[in-house]
Design a protein around this ligand. Structure first.
Ligand code: ADP
Length: 816
């Protein structure tokens, strides 16, 4: 008894003592007067049931409580105290033998639903314990001369009454205890109507047989009247039901007999008692075994059924399509729901047909055929096959079903899986090919784990042999050029901590051989949902060659300016010489005036004024020269183009004059122009000097250059320099603006290419054409406002312009 329902050992012991006392009272009540022995002696059975239920460590408590109950029972009945003690001892011995042996053999209280447990109980509890203890009991009584009856009579009487008590009460009490919480909860038995019917049948038949006056002469055959009801209980209500039914019958039999009724009163009281005892003992023992047998087969049938149901459910609702077929004929016996849904067919289309008819086509590995009759699968195998357009993985196992060799086949749909594998393979291959096809170094930086991966080109860039590829951020940062490191790492850190996902940068990176390469780096940041940077993937493009070319171009532009300046030196010297000469003669004149008596202050002031003007002019010339010679970036600002061109004409006037070139200007009203004034002036100067060169062969009076400025649509400004020279030969038109293209023996071929670079840097275009009247005409455009270079005129506009020009003139253009 695990003392359920919160019973403490003390409460349990108390309950046992009360049951013991009541049992004794019932025992006394069920004696055949005048025969002194009880037909059935409940206290010992109660004690044995209690020992089976209560843990061994509380047994002493139980014995103590029961001893009190025993004294109360016996001392009221004029029995000597010592006999009372002996009886208590023999009762305890009997319960101890029974419970001890049962617990020893079973390790627990018996389960009356098992034949083995019932057998152990019958042998140890119902036979061995009363058998042994009755010797003690009868011996004591005989020795103390407490009974007129002989030893063997006493022994026999006690043995039978105790056997009957054990068989009748122990199973009943144990079954009640097993179901104790249910019993007090007042739970009705299953099938209450059937139970009520049975109880009424039992009561009625019992009373009819066992509670009738003996002189009525009960037919012996009628003894079996309650039997169907008892068997019915055993079959339908298990050991507990049949135990209760038997207890009821036993009570009726004993009650009837002790009250002088029933079929067992055959004369001698002792014989009647024996007859009742034998009848009930045999009946009870048989019933116990029968109920256990029924219960066992019911439990095993239930187990079998639930296991069958489990397997049937596993087959029917399994995640894979399954099919059972006869091995010999290939006939399909059953398929599951997944099979039908996978292949979209009805059961009748499969069951009853053969595997061959299902057209299971072998996959690449020759599978499918092996399921056909004559191909014995050696155990389990799995290969792919195609069935009704699906690719399936087939696994089959040979089994014996009711003596017939069958195959259980599972078909796992792997169509999607195969597709996914194929697409994965392709994308993998594509990725590898892309990595091979590109010249760029591709990197993948796991920011969290700080691991850098490089593609094959990384080996080439960094050098594969000694594996110097930077594998983490620090190593990579060390490879940066010292001048770039701070800038690049801080930009990168700002990017990681910011929200942008794309980064572009240009920096120098150490190659494997120690030299530095210029790389254009691109990167894409992968962030988690909280915006934390996890990974960066991108490429490094080696731009060293472009960088070098740019630098060379810059140097070239500088050199070309110097060359232009070389040509100008003479005229500049002349320009400066002239004001210097004027200053000298003015100072001479001033000196003479100072020697006069009356110094003419007004004249002197005029002379000083002239000197200042000449100095300012000389300073202007020098400033211009320095501006042109300085190598610098574009300094964009708004300026007055007409004035700037006027300055250029002033600068070149000496040269123009020397070559007898007449310059006509047609300056239109212009908005302010946005650009680098000095560079624009250089363009005009180059075009002017080219015109001068082109007209060298002409007679003096035909050397004319026209300089025209005008506003054109969209706020732009156009400048045209036209000469009267031979114009542009059509075969030269294409190369005119290319660097180093020249037709002059001492030319450098840089003037026009520089001019084009400058105009395009402003967002404008430059073109050359031969006018209908002969002579070359160069026109370039400049923006009127900041930002117009990018937005004002699109490439499309320029293309359109170019087309129009080609249509209208027999010339050539070159646009930016
Ligand atoms: P360079 O003056 O050193 O030759 P440019 O680039 O200034 O270099 O000019 C390239 C070539 O274009 C000249 O050699 C010449 O053949 C041609 N060219 C330039 N301007 C004119 C012009 N106004 N008329 C005819 N041809 C010209």
């Amino acid at each position: 008894l695990d003392l359920r329902a919160g019973w403490t050992p003390a409460v349990a012991a108390f309950v046992v003592a009360v049951a013991y006392y009541l049992g004794a009272r019932i025992g006394f009540a069920l004696t055949f007067s005048p025969y002194p022995l009880a037909v059935l002696w409940p206290p010992n059975a109660t004690l044995m049931a209690a020992l089976l239920l209560i843990h061994r460590r509380h047994w002493m408590l139980v014995f103590a409580a029961v001893f009190v109950a025993h004294l109360l029972v016996q001392l009221g009945g004029h029995v000597s105290f010592s006999l009372c003690l002996f009886w208590f001892a023999t009762n305890c011995v009997e319960a101890l033998i029974g419970a001890g042996c049962i617990l020893k053999m079973l390790g627990r209280a018996p389960d009356f639903g098992r034949i083995a447990d019932v057998s152990v109980f019958l042998f140890c509890g119902a036979l061995l314990a009363p058998f042994v203890s009755s010797f003690l009991d009868a011996g004591c009584v005989t020795l103390m001369r407490a009974s007129p009856t002989g030893f063997w009579d006493l022994w026999r009487a006690r043995l039978f009454s105790n056997m009957l008590a054990m068989i009748t009460l122990v199973p009943f009490l144990l079954n009640c205890a097993y179901r104790w919480p249910g019993l007090i909860g007042g739970r009705l038995p299953e099938r209450p109507k059937e139970a009520a019917l049975l109880i009424s049948g039992l009561l009625l038949s019992g009373m009819l047989v066992f509670d009738v006056p003996p002189q009525n002469g009960v037919l012996l055959g009628l003894l079996f009247l309650p039997l169907p009801f008892v068997l019915w209980t055993a079959m339908r209500f298990g050991p507990a039901g049949s135990g209760a039914a038997f207890t009821l019958i036993a009570f009726l039999v004993i009650w009837g007999s002790t009250h002088g009724r029933g079929p067992f009163l055959t004369g001698e009281a002792s014989e009647s008692v024996r007859s009742v005892q034998v009848f009930l003992t045999v009946f009870g023992a048989t019933l116990l075994l029968l109920a256990a047998g029924v219960e066992e087969s019911r439990v095993s049938a239930r187990r079998l059924r639930s296991s069958e149901e489990r397997f049937a459910a596993a087959f029917r609702h399994g995640p894979h399509a399954m099919l059972i077929s006869r091995k010999a004929s290939g006939m399909v016996l059953d398929v599951n729901a997944r099979y039908l849904s996978l292949f979209g067919c009805g059961r009748e289309a499969v069951v009853g047909r053969t595997i061959q008819e299902l057209e299971l086509k072998p996959g690449g590995d020759g599978m499918g055929m092996r399921l056909h009759p004559g191909h014995t699968p050696s155990g389990e195998y799995a290969e792919t096959a195609a069935l009704a357009g699906r690719e399936v993985l087939v696994a089959s196992e040979e089994v014996d079903l009711e003596g017939v060799a069958c195959l259980i086949t599972s078909l796992q749909d792997v169509t999607e899986q195969k597709r996914a594998e194929e697409s994965l393979r392709r994308s993998d291959e594509r990725f590898r090919l892309v990595l091979r096809a590109t010249d760029d170094v591709i990197y993948d930086w796991d920011i969290v784990g700080d691991v850098l991966w490089w593609n094959q080109n990384g080996d080439i860039f960094f050098g594969a042999m000694s594996d110097p590829r930077p594998r983490n951020f620090d190593r990579w940062a060390q490879s940066l050029h010292a001048d770039d490191r701070q800038r690049v790492t801080s930009t990168l850190m700002a990017l990681l901590n910011g929200t942008d996902s794309i980064c572009n940068a240009e920096y120098r990176l150490a190659r494997g051989d120690g030299s530095h390469a210029y790389v254009g780096a691109r990167g894409f940041l992968v962030r988690d949902e909280r915006g934390r940077a996890l990974r960066m993937i991108g490429s490094l493009h080696d731009v060293t060659d472009r960088k070098r070319a740019d630098e060379a171009n810059q140097r070239l532009a500088h050199v070309s300016r110097l060359a232009v300046m070389g040509e100008l030196t003479a005229s500049i010297a002349h320009e400066i010489n002239q004001p210097l000469g004027a200053i000298l003669s003015n100072t001479d004149a001033a000196e003479i005036l100072l020697n006069e008596k009356d110094i003419p202050a007004a004249e002197l002031r005029q002379i000083i004024e002239d000197i200042r003007n000449d100095i300012v002019r000389a300073g202007e010339v020098i400033r211009h020269m320095r501006a042109l010679m300085r190598r610098r970036e574009l300094a964009m600002q708004s300026f007055d183009l007409n004035r700037a061109i006027g300055d250029v004409l002033n600068l070149a006037s000496a040269d123009l004059g020397r070559h007898r070139v007449q310059v006509d200007t047609e300056f239109g009203p212009l908005p302010a122009v946005y650009g680098d004034q000095v560079h624009v002036q250089q363009v005009v100067l180059n075009l002017l000097l080219n015109g001068v060169d082109a007209m060298a062969a002409l007679p003096n009076d035909r050397r004319r250059i026209t300089l025209r400025t005008q506003r054109i649509e969209g706020g732009w400004v156009g400048v045209t320099v036209a000469d009267t020279g031979p114009g542009i030969a059509s075969e030269q038109a294409e190369n005119l603006f290319s660097s180093f293209f020249t037709t002059k023996p001492d030319g450098m071929g840089l003037g026009l290419s520089i001019a084009r670079s400058i105009v395009e840097a402003h967002g404008g275009t430059i073109r050359a054409e031969t006018a209908a009247t002969g002579g070359a005409s160069f026109t370039f455009t400049l923006p009127g406002r900041p930002g117009q270079a990018e937005t004002g005129r699109t490439t499309k506009d320029k293309e359109k312009e170019k087309e129009n020009d080609n249509d209208n003139r027999n010339g050539c253009t070159c646009g930016g």
